[in-house]
Design a protein around this ligand. Structure first.
Ligand code: GLN
Length: 472
């Protein structure tokens, strides 16, 4: 399909500062692009142009993100705007406050613009679990954009908006970034406040960015991170200048390639992308060495037990009485309202996960499933800790085993869909920062992934920028 050329934040900012473009014109241009492309892509489920124009009129161009419109995934609260998590359950919810990430965007001068479509409550890998309809991949409309940050990735890839926020619980920023051909950054757990991010699995959730290039990811991260007293898991870590070392390169860096990630189950395009990343990093002076992450295979099972367990607890609040969609009253009492509201308000995948999560937490099965999954989680984290202690600074791998699948692929069972998360969930289980960088191959977009030790976003971005340089 015809999309718009993508423009990065850094270039747009220069134009704004040089007065070649006004913030109002930029918002108007984004809105024009949304009007043109959204009917085909369904990347946005709402947008408020008046509000964005008002912000653009008052913008302070001296701020780091002054005048830059940024789309926000529909599970991150934006004051006065619908925040529906692409669910019927929250169809009439209007956020009464801004998430900390959104406050920080505004403080840096950015203009939150557009609520990006997603898999309902961030559960999914294709963008098809949205109560507002599937998002389409801008490269091939018959394919999925990936998920759950489907709209964020598709909107940036199609040039509708220069950057977007997403959330990543098990790959939901990196995987759609890979499928759409944009950069997807999931920072260390605790780096960006989760206050105002609607909880899916609180010990795994992290806000991330979808951008046109690595430099933009650094720019956004700079604005978003820092300790927040409103999130008890927010990290008290110094915030380095992420962009400062971007051009330092990877000469002399040791980068591990896990043998478990070079699997015969990967599609040929994915193997080719990985090989091209190895060549690119070596050409820039890095040393690639084989490592082993022996618990990789168990990570998906551990992730789905923990994520569903936490989801079943987090989503218990949507009962139609205290929160969320309420089915019409009946004479059968409150229990009946709960049951019917949840039956009608939640989609299939959300219900599947609530049932699975309730089961693994139930008295008789807790030790067999939940407690065991936590042990596996510790082993997965230990695999990474050992690799980094043995002297690799970064780890390279695929993002997903295949490029974007076809829309409405009826032949995949939920289990097959879950297994495709094998390369992304380990970073969430271990809380590590990771980034997806698009490879330059023609055809369907395919990204490669880099992972770094906790709070080493600077070296992560440096590695990603080196890949980007080698490929442009
Ligand atoms: N695909 C994974 C899942 O369905 C990841 C979701 C996410 O990161 N939000 O749970």
């Amino acid at each position: 399909m015809s999309t718009f050329p993508k423009t990065n934040l850094v270039a747009l900012r220069r134009k704004l500062v040089d007065r070649q473009l006004s913030a109002v014109e930029l918002v108007q241009e984004c809105e024009r692009r949304m009007q043109r492309l959204n009917p085909a892509l369904n990347a946005f489920i709402s947008w408020d142009t008046e509000r964005a124009l008002l912000a653009a009129q008052q913008v302070d161009l001296s701020l780091p993100l002054g005048g830059l419109p940024i789309a926000v995934k529909d599970n991150i609260c934006c004051l006065g705007e619908p925040t529906r998590c692409a669910s019927r359950m929250l169809e009439s919810f209007v956020a009464p406050y801004d998430a900390t990430a959104v406050v920080r965007l505004r403080t840096a001068g950015a203009i939150p613009f557009g609520r990006a479509n997603m898999d309902e409550f961030a559960m999914g890998s294709a963008g098809e679990n949205s109560a507002f309809g599937a998002t389409h991949n801008p490269t091939d409309e018959n394919r999925v954009p990936g998920g759950s940050s489907s709209g964020s990735a598709a909107a940036v890839a199609a040039g509708m908006i220069p950057a977007a926020l997403g959330s990543d619980t098990g790959g939901s920023v990196r995987q759609p970034a890979s499928h759409c051909g944009v950069v997807g950054l999931k920072p260390t757990y605790g780096r960006i406040s989760r206050y105002g991010l609607v909880a899916f699995a609180s010990s795994l959730d992290q806000i991330g960015t979808l951008t046109v290039c690595v430099q933009d990811a650094a720019l956004l991260l700079q604005a978003l991170c820092g300790h927040d007293a409103q999130d008890s898991t927010s990290a008290r870590q110094p915030v380095p200048d992420f962009a400062a070392e971007l051009t330092d390169g990877v000469r002399g860096m040791r980068i591990g390639l896990p043998k478990e990630y070079v699997s015969s189950g990967n599609a040929p395009e994915v193997q080719a992308a990985l090989q091209s990343a190895v060549d690119a990093l070596e050409s820039q002076g890095a040393e690639i060495c084989e490592i082993s992450l022996p618990h990789t295979e168990a990570a998906v099972a551990s992730y789905y037990i923990i994520a569903c367990a936490e989801a079943s607890s987090n989503l218990a609040r949507y009962d139609g009485v205290r929160y969320g969609y309420r089915a019409s009253a009946s004479s059968d009492g409150t229990g009946d309202i709960y049951a019917r509201s949840r039956t009608l308000g939640f989609g299939e995948e959300v219900k599947r996960r609530i049932i699975l999560g309730t089961y693994v937490l139930s008295g008789g099965y807790y030790d067999a499933y939940y407690a065991r999954a936590q042990k596996v989680r510790a082993l997965v984290a230990r695999d990474f800790a050992r690799a980094f202690a043995d002297g690799v600074q970064l780890i390279l791998g695929p993002v997903a085993p295949t490029p974007a699948p076809k829309l409405h692929a009826q032949d995949m069972t939920p289990l097959q869909i879950y297994l495709a998360d094998i390369y992304t969930v380990p970073a969430n289980l271990a809380g590590l920062p990771a980034i997806s960088v698009p490879t330059p191959q023609s055809g369907l977009p395919v990204g490669v992934q880099l992972l770094a030790p906790h709070f080493e976003e600077t070296s992560l971005l440096r590695g990603a920028a080196a890949l980007e340089r080698a490929w442009t």
